[in-house]
Design a protein around this ligand. Structure first.
Ligand SMILES: Nc1ncnc2c1ncn2[C@@H]1O[C@H](COP(=O)(O)OP(=O)(O)OP(=O)(O)O)[C@@H](O)[C@H]1O
Length: 327
């Protein structure tokens, strides 16, 4: 069984690898084209330490391409990406500075999980003890000697995360780490990401699961068609999307709709006895209904979910949406 993440990822008290400066990722005016496709379009952002930053956007928005540029696997046509102030390719012993999970299947299928990590550790002059630590941390200790080729998707993800943590890096770039994890694994990765950030690390994590990020991320970078749509705190984005919508429960829906429309609100029915009211603060909704003698049992300001906030933001940017979806 996977072990819980109990006490951070390192026995060291402070981050050892970025002396005299904060760890960072800085992307400046990066563009990347593949023939006719503009995958990334003059994208600029900086990722702050001490927070989990979610990297989100519709399919094909350019997230993986951007992450590949950050870790030197793709060369941008324009612009630059710096990690801890330098291009990734000029880092010495990169595993000790940047932990990367991009493609969890990129493991020699005939090698055991432990041998895979030993090989990586050796290439970066890291000790064997750390290999056993990260196997334990990722819940793979019991499977350490099994061939990685026989691993499930979730186990491969765990192995990829173990590899990313091997060098105790101050910067983490994780593409869809939740992919394939079971519910226990999802809880585990959530705790792991939060504690990595709490230790002052830079944690950039792409995901399609807004519900996951709502519980995990502090900040969001939203991209669409290669461009930056938002660079915003999760709380602020939800607050913005919540607008001033008020939900009212009433037995007399028709009368309530008439009264509120006459008071200047836009009203939509959400259910037999539930209304969504836009354009009127809660106090005015209450006084209008009370004044007209329309009974109601509940009245509360609606808090948008991160999913709703995200859908608002990306509605026009979805390149591969199913025809008719959301219409
Ligand atoms: N090696 C490549 N060759 C050609 N086109 C590519 C290549 N890699 C990415 N693209 C294209 O670039 C665009 C951005 O792709 P990318 O994989 O970066 O998006 P993404 O946001 O990670 O998508 P998803 O959420 O589906 O993983 C897409 O149109 C994709 O088809």
């Amino acid at each position: 069984m996977p072990g819980p993440h109990r006490r951070g990822t390192t026995s060291r008290a402070r981050l050892p690898n970025v002396v005299g400066m904060q760890p960072s990722i800085e992307v400046t005016a990066v563009s990347k084209r593949y023939r006719a496709v503009v995958a990334v379009d003059r994208l600029s952002f900086a990722v702050r330490p001490g927070e989990v930053t979610g990297f989100v956007g519709p399919n094909g928005a350019g997230k993986s391409t951007t992450m590949r540029v950050i870790v030197g696997l793709d060369t941008p046509d324009e612009g630059q990406a710096l990690v801890n102030g330098v291009p990734y390719r000029s880092l010495r012993r990169p595993l000790t500075q940047v932990g990367v999970l991009l493609d969890a299947s990129a493991v020699h299928p005939g090698r055991s999980a432990r041998d895979h990590l030993l090989w990586l550790a050796h290439s970066n002059r890291l000790g064997r003890r750390r290999v056993d630590e990260v196997l334990e941390l990722a819940g793979l200790a019991a499977a350490a000697r099994r061939r990685a080729g026989g691993f499930s998707l979730g186990m491969r993800q765990r192995l990829g995360i173990a590899a990313a943590l091997l060098g105790d890096p101050a910067v983490l770039v994780l593409d869809e780490p939740v992919n394939g994890l079971d519910p226990e694994g999802i809880v585990w990765i959530r705790g792991l990401l939060r504690s990595l950030a709490a230790e002052g690390r830079v944690v950039l994590v792409s995901s399609h699961l807004m519900s996951e990020l709502e519980d995990t991320a502090d900040h969001l970078l939203v991209v669409g068609r290669g461009r930056l749509l938002a660079d915003v705190g999760v709380a602020e984005l939800i607050e913005r999307a919540s607008r001033d919508q008020v939900h009212v429960r009433t037995e007399d829906r028709t009368a309530a709709m008439t009264v509120l429309a006459n008071a200047g609100a836009t009203v939509a029915a959400l259910g037999a006895d539930l209304l969504a009211v836009d354009g009127l603060p809660a106090a005015r909704v209450s006084s209008a209904l009370t004044g007209a003698g329309v009974p109601f049992s509940e009245l509360q300001r609606h808090r948008a979910s991160l999913e709703e906030a995200y859908m608002d933001l990306t509605r026009d940017e979805t390149e591969f949406a199913a025809k008719g979806a959301g219409a």
